[in-house]
Design a protein around this ligand. Structure first.
Ligand code: ADP
Ligand code: MG
Length: 344
């Protein structure tokens, strides 16, 4: 296969030349398999994700650099959700013939910048041609001491349901792009884009360049306070639903307590028919949802503050297996949608 003027091997050696190796890599890119060593007393955690063009991303919205960053960020987020330390990654690319020559270069720059930020070493991958769209497949490996690994399965009735950061921004970003907001549009001297909408850039960047919550995930794991955890990729309603299912419990989410950003609030208030429950069902925020005993509220809030993040209690785990949503006045709420279905 070809990308621009250089073939598969040119591409691989250009990627390899940019890799900064971190701890634990004996043999990286170039051999038939990579060789790595775990830190003593740690267990290996592995996760893989595919990003398919026109299902998970659109080339006209996602610039290649941020697409590369995001392709690794979403995998790192899976390790953050287990309270693990990200260590190594594999990057597989299926490249369509019509891709502009610089696209993969930019995309791998973005991927490697994200890798550097989280001390992840790219140790291999695969490269082939695609007859349809671009496919980016990332496998991430990390490690953690067995007693600190957090799973979806430990929530107990009576636990608080917590969320890090703010919710709904990424889904709002997707709506803005869908309405024609151009994230690449040049700004004027006042910093406004042509379709000026205060805060729009921030929401779009939450979608295109998400931040995995590794520091918070590690601190929560080390605290021993957390009973279950997941990252929010499909909306808290769907993702807390996974905790509930695997823990054999249910829960009640308080819609009006879901934390939103200032940018979300200002855009939401500018439109009458704004889909106000995006924080509940909108995807791709990559915040952490976790459960802990109500006796540990102050400790959780303090711990998350120390990580430069915030934690908001947004509901209670119940013995009954269903997940319900209530308003501040106690009335029950029927969600507009059950969860995020990527671009569909
Ligand atoms: P094989 O035919 O044995 O699978 P490849 O030619 O696919 O070998 O890969 C050669 C080396 O380059 C391997 O170490 C592989 O992990 C690495 N590699 C291939 N594609 C990529 C990629 N997109 N990113 C990083 N490393 C890659
Ligand atoms: Mg191969």
């Amino acid at each position: 296969m070809k990308t621009g003027d250089s073939g598969e091997f040119g591409l691989i050696s250009r990627i390899a030349a940019q890799v900064h190796s971190h701890q634990g890599v004996i043999t990286g890119i170039g051999d038939d398999a990579a060789v790595t060593v775990l830190t003593p007393d740690m267990q290996l955690l592995t996760s893989t994700d595919m990003l398919m063009e026109d299902i998970h991303f659109r080339r006209r919205w996602h610039d290649p650099y941020r697409l590369g960053r995001k392709s690794l960020a979403v995998s790192i987020s899976d390790l953050a959700a287990m309270g693990a330390i990200p260590r190594w990654a594999l990057l597989s690319l299926a490249i369509p013939a019509d891709l502009p020559p610089n696209f993969i270069t930019e995309c791998t720059h973005g991927f490697l910048a994200m890798a550097e930020e989280y001390s992840v070493t790219l140790i291999g991958g695969d490269t082939c041609a695609s007859r349809s769209g671009l496919v980016i497949s990332v496998t991430i490996m990390g490690e953690q001491r067995p007693e600190l690994i957090l799973r979806r399965s430990g929530a107990r009735p009576g636990d608080d349901i917590w969320v890090s950061g703010t919710l709904g921004d990424a889904a709002l970003g997707l709506k803005l792009l869908d309405f024609g907001f151009d994230s690449a549009q040049p700004r004027d001297s006042a910093g406004h884009t042509g379709r000026s909408l205060s805060g729009a850039e921030g929401a779009v960047s939450r979608l295109l360049d998400p931040t995995p919550r590794v520091t918070a995930g590690l601190a929560l794991a080390a605290s021993g306070l957390v009973t279950s955890m997941i990252d929010i990729s499909d909306g808290i309603l769907a993702d807390f639903g996974h905790i509930a299912e695997l823990s054999g419990v249910g829960g009640c989410l308080h819609l009006d307590d879901l934390p939103v950003s200032d940018c979300f609030r200002s855009i939401a208030s500018a439109f009458n028919d704004f889909p106000h429950d995006l924080p509940l069902s909108g995807g791709e925020d990559y915040e952490l949802c976790f459960t802990a005993s109500p006796g540990d509220r102050e400790k959780i809030i303090g711990l998350m503050k120390k990580c430069g993040n915030q934690a908001t209690a947004v509901g209670i785990v119940s013995r009954q297996p269903e997940v319900t949503v209530v308003r501040a006045d106690g009335s029950s709420y029927t969600p507009l949608s059950k969860g995020f279905n990527h671009l569909i």
